[in-house]
Design a protein around this ligand. Structure first.
Ligand code: ZN
Length: 115
């Protein structure tokens, strides 16, 4: 998918969608972030070396986790970090939430068994 295609879809259709639906403030905020990401609405910053050999004007990103332009990079970086941590054998990971009452007492203990 080309970068910015979701932004273009939002810019073209969000307003009519919003008028036909009740949007929560979080949804409005996310949509606005996606529509303005890397546009003049968020301003620009300059990357430059002190001696002037390199100057690059870069549009500011929204940084919203739902933004495909910002979040996609973070997601890919996270995925690469997780792959680097993966063990070189068959295993599975179980993640679940337990009550805080069970944390300090040691009532729950891990029981590992090989596959
Ligand atoms: Zn963004």
């Amino acid at each position: 998918m080309k970068p910015g295609i979701i932004q273009r879809i939002f810019n073209d259709h969000y307003e009519s969608y919003r008028q036909s639906r009740r949007m929560s403030p979080r949804e409005e905020y996310a949509a606005n972030a996606i529509m303005t990401c890397r546009t003049k609405a968020l301003g620009y910053h300059i990357n430059a070396c002190p001696n002037g050999d390199y100057v690059d004007v870069v549009a500011n990103s929204c940084g919203h986790r739902a933004c495909p332009q910002c979040g996609a990079t973070d997601t890919q970086l996270w995925l690469e970090r997780q792959k680097a941590k993966a063990l070189n054998c068959r295993y599975f990971q179980v993640v679940f939430t337990i009550s805080h009452d069970l944390h300090p007492s040691g009532v729950l203990t891990a029981n590992y068994s090989p596959i």
